[in-house]
Every structure is written in C-alpha cells, then in structure tokens.
Design a protein around this ligand. Structure first.
Ligand SMILES: NC(=O)c1ccc[n+]([C@@H]2O[C@H](COP(=O)([O-])OP(=O)(O)OC[C@H]3O[C@@H](n4cnc5c(N)ncnc54)[C@H](O)[C@@H]3O)[C@@H](O)[C@H]2O)c1
Length: 374
C-alpha cells in the first residue's frame, strides 16, 4: 500500500460523515470521566507513600510540607520584611574613592577616554552614582552632580576635586566638577537643573541616571503614596532626564550616550524581600531604554542600561545591619558568592559612555555576579 493510499484511508476515517454523525465515537460509555495522566498514580495509593518515598514527597503530588519546612524557602518573598527608604539624615556621607586614572599608570585603549566630555550623573551625591561619577572624572570627563541633597553633592564635588589634585599634582588643569539640585521626578525641577548645568558647562554629552531607591512592603499593604513616589523617581525621573538631555543633544546636533541605572530586579524577582513596585519600575526602565535607543538612533544618541546586582552602598549596608539574616540569603543566591561594591560599576559605565561602545545601543549590561543566570 502506498503512502498516499494510507493517508487517504486515514483522512476518510477521521472525516467520514457516518462515523461523526452516529455519535458512537464520542458516546460517554466509550469515554468515561477523564483521569489525569499520571505515572506517579500507582505510587500514591497509600497516603504514607509520600513519607516513605522522599523523592515523591518532593513533588507537587505530595501535600505542602511533606518533604520538610524548607519547601520554597529560597524562592519566596517574606511579607514580614518591611523596609522603608530612610530619611537623608540617617544616611552617612561616603568617602571618596582613592586611586588615579589609567593615563599615568597603565596603558589603556584611547577609545575608553572621556576627555573633552561633560557627564551629568543624577543621584550622584551618594552610593553608586557618586562612585561612577568619580570613574568618569578619572576617565577625563567634566562632571555635573545632580541630586536632591544639594549640600552633600556640593561637599562631594569639592572632595573629588581635592582628591584629584592630590593624586595628580603635576596636572595644571583640574576637572570642572559642579553640584546642582533637582528632584528628578519633577519636570520643572529637571528643566531648571539642566539650564543651570548648561549655563556653567555649555554642553552635556553623557547622562547617567542613578537617582532611584527601593522599599520593601508586601504588595497588598504597599502604601499607595509611597509607590507613586517610587515610580516618580525611578521611572519618571529617568524619563525626564533622558528626554531633557536628548533634546539638548539634538539641538546641538551632537552625538551622546545615556546610561540608565536599573537593576537585576527588573529581570528577576528578588527573595525574600517583597518589592513588586520596584521590580516593575526597573523593568519599565529596561524597555524605556530600548525604545529610546531606537527612537534616537538616527541622532547618534545611544541609550543603554546597567543592571547592578546586590551592591554594598550606605543603603544596602543599613538594610543588612537591620536585617542581618538577609546577608546569607543574598550571597547564597549569587553564583560568584559575594555582593558587589560600587567600584565594580566604574568600568561598565565608562565603557557604555565612551566610544569603546559606539556600536552598542539598547543593551542591558548586567553587573550582578551572575545572579540572574540561575
Ligand atoms: N545598591 C544596590 O545594591 C543597587 C542594586 C541595583 C540597583 N540599584 C540602583 O542604583 C541606583 C542608586 O542606588 P544607590 O544604592 O546608590 O542608592 P543611594 O540611596 O545610596 O543613592 C541614591 C541617590 O539618589 C538621590 N535621590 C533620591 N531621590 C532623588 C530624587 N527624587 N531626585 C534626585 N536625587 C534623588 C539620593 O539623594 C542619593 O544621593 C538606584 O536607581 C537603585 O535602584 C542599586
């Protein structure tokens, strides 16, 4: 019998009007109540089998807790963990990172240099923003620190210049480092800060949006006003600064580079601390970067993200001091086994702002010790 004959017979079996209209094929007697497919059914007749067979006890056929209290332990959020973003007065000032740039020590590719560029860093008075800002200065850039805490930004700008001078006494020309106030979630405040920066620096070539924060409440009890504030800073603030700087670059007809500091939390769900709005906000920043990268590609404006993992900053230090049990949980989930430090972002941000990455746009560079891989 040929293949065609077989196919024809098979088709007529399936579609033949007699068989379909007789109803015999689908009669309930021929098809009693369906039973789920289960190769474990035979093993689960006696309830005790769950407890005799540890492998079966670990499957979803067994009742909750059959294999022990640890079930889901490292993969669930814990609603009892509530962490509010602390007021500024509780945040200690940060020391200036020590060490000189590459020029006098080790040879490095010139395409990584940020000489003759002006970089603006939001949230640059503290934490990751401040350390990345110092990396940009070491790479030759002038710098505008923009922050809600202007006094801290001014203090850090001054300390940065002093440190630079101390480490490079032979250089006559010191970097131009300025400090400015902005609440990144307010369009008026953002515009005012951009005007101020441009009055002093005349240009902005690079932007790093690091102003942002996280808080922990379970989703049901998350205070709505706090959630709006969180989205206002993390999402709207990123959007407002990116569009403001892009507008300036377009008016100047100049290329530029934007790096949005988002988080691994925009790609995975952290445990055990619950933080649904933060995770969603950082996921939004990822797609905002991709969308703007496409929209502004024709203007030579590149937009990329950096997604840090757990980094030890004043904020994370405070969280860990108050919840020491988190330290072990966090590090046990990181393939490299350690939290990062803000210095680990310096290379990544310099790469993305410099010509070394001039064919890279819309990317998300994860600096997370491999957290998001597992
Ligand atoms: N620390 C981490 O482990 C970690 C991990 C992943 C992502 N991040 C992200 O990195 C960024 C920086 O975090 P951090 O740990 O350095 O925090 P941080 O609190 O140490 O520093 C944040 C800075 O932003 C400023 N800021 C806050 N709200 C502002 C506003 N409305 N307008 C202007 N400035 C404002 C603060 O004054 C502060 O100087 C955030 O976007 C955060 O979500 C941090």
């Amino acid at each position: 019998m040929s293949f065609h004959t077989i196919t024809r017979i098979f088709r007529s079996e399936l579609t033949g009007p007699t068989r379909l209209t007789t109803g015999k094929l689908f009669s309930p007697e021929r098809f009693p109540k369906p039973r789920s497919l289960s190769y474990t059914a035979i093993l689960t007749n006696a309830k005790d089998d769950f407890f005799n067979d540890p492998n079966l006890a670990a499957t979803n056929k067994a009742p909750d807790g059959a294999s022990g209290d640890h079930e889901g332990q490292f993969a669930r959020t814990d609603g009892s963990l509530q962490i509010e973003y602390p007021p500024d007065s509780e945040m200690p000032a940060q020391p200036v990172v020590q060490g000189r740039g590459g020029m006098h020590f080790k040879r490095t590719l010139p395409s990584f240099s940020l000489e003759n560029k002006v970089s603006l860093v939001t949230g640059g008075a503290r934490g990751l923003g401040l350390v990345m800002a110092q990396g940009l200065v070491a790479s030759g850039s002038d710098l505008a620190i923009v922050d809600l805490n202007k006094a801290e930004a001014e203090d850090q700008a001054q300390r940065l210049i002093e440190q630079f001078h101390k480490e490079n006494p032979e250089l006559d020309q010191l970097p131009n480092i300025t400090a400015h106030y902005a609440d990144v979630s307010s369009p008026d405040s953002v515009n005012q800060a951009l005007t101020e920066v441009l009055e002093i620096h005349n240009q902005i070539d690079n932007l790093v949006t690091s102003a942002g924060f996280t808080e922990n409440f379970d989703a049901i009890n998350y205070p709505f006003d706090r959630m709006q504030k969180l989205w206002g800073v993390n999402v709207n603030g990123t959007y407002l600064f990116a569009t403001g700087v892009a507008k300036h670059l377009m008016e100047r007809n100049s290329p530029g580079s934007i790096v949005m500091i988002r988080s691994m939390s925009g790609s995975i769900v952290n445990v055990p601390q619950p933080q649904a709005p933060y995770n969603a906000a950082k996921a939004a920043v990822r797609h905002l970067a991709a969308s703007l990268a496409v929209e502004w590609a024709g203007h030579g404006i590149r937009v990329n993200c950096i997604s840090p993992g757990y980094m030890l900053t004043a904020l994370t230090r405070k969280i860990l001091d108050e919840n020491p049990q988190l330290r072990e949980k966090w590090t046990s989930l990181i393939p490299l086994g350690k939290m990062g430090t803000p210095e680990d972002l310096i290379g990544a941000v310099t790469f993305l702002l410099s010509d070394a990455s001039k064919y890279v746009t819309g990317a998300d560079l994860r600096v997370d010790g491999g957290y998001t891989l597992t």
